[in-house]
Ligand binder design. Sequence first.
Ligand code: NCD
Length: 353
Amino acid sequence: MEAKHLIDLDQLSPGELDEIIRLAQKIHSNPSAYMDRCHGRIMATLFYEPSTRTQMSFQTAMLRLGGQIIGFDNPSNSSVSKGESLQDTVRIVSGYADILVIRNPLEGSAYAASLYSRCPVINAGDGGHLHPTQTLTDVVTLSMELGRLDHLTIGLCGDMKNGRTVHSLIKCLSKYPGNRFVMISTPELRIPEYIEDVLRESGCTYEFRDTLEEAIGELDVLYMTRIQGERFASRAEYERQKGVYILDTQRLKLAKPTLKILHPLPRVDEIEQEVDYDPRAKYFEQAEYGMYARMALILKMIGQKYPPAKKIENEQGGHCTNPRCVTQSEGYLPKLYCEHGDVKECRYCNAKI
Ligand code: NCD
């Protein structure tokens, strides 16, 4: 794999992504053939935010490959509670481990970590920004359950604004021909501007809908998401948004018999438990495919060791004002930008500058 780190799935060529999907399928069909592939290797999981599936599936993936694991899932048990910077934690742990998996509530934090890491960094969710390995999980699931990633009508429902899984999934599936996106949310929770730019530039058709009922009958895939309570400015704002979209067996009657229902989980109230028994519900299988997807990714990425970080200078005009960007709290980070057409974006969080 060419990329040194996996911050965004964009870093993989379509061929590389396809290779990972195929490897995940091979591991799924014969896991014992891979049980020693990471013997003697160590993976560090640095989880500054709660997680069940992502953290445990990464850890199980490494253990099933014969490797070992270190890390924290509660930063208050580490020197982070004494004020240690992200940079220092990453410099230290990347000297101990062969691969580093990081989840942090700040947007752009995984990219920031990659600037200082001596081993490959995998982004396991950076605030409301991106979550590439969930997308890997989702595309492995679609490949296994539908056999293709193109010419699909994909409904995405819930919190399109704060849901990082949705952002990464749209970025990925908009590269495949013939896909159509139907985004079902309240006007307040629509996708961020930079994701709409991606859709517009991809040439895929996309539309916004207000209700699940008006869209569900057209869909090949329904990707439900929870309203991300922890990312709202106030509890009152969250209360206004929650509970609007609920998938139940009644609404499911309007859907195609071949529909696949996905959800990154955890669910709150957006899928009634009775739906779990419908053969179209694939979210529990999806969580299991995630382990095979992560085994494949670890195998593709592990083994590199990088020299200590060199100092990076600020780029003129790279100052980001997004309050959720990692550059706001980790003040030593160089100010960097990238260009998207004639628009400047923060290199860490993609907010417009
Ligand atoms: C998602 C996440 O953390 O972004 N969960 C996951 O990784 N499976 C979705 C969510 O928390 O809603």
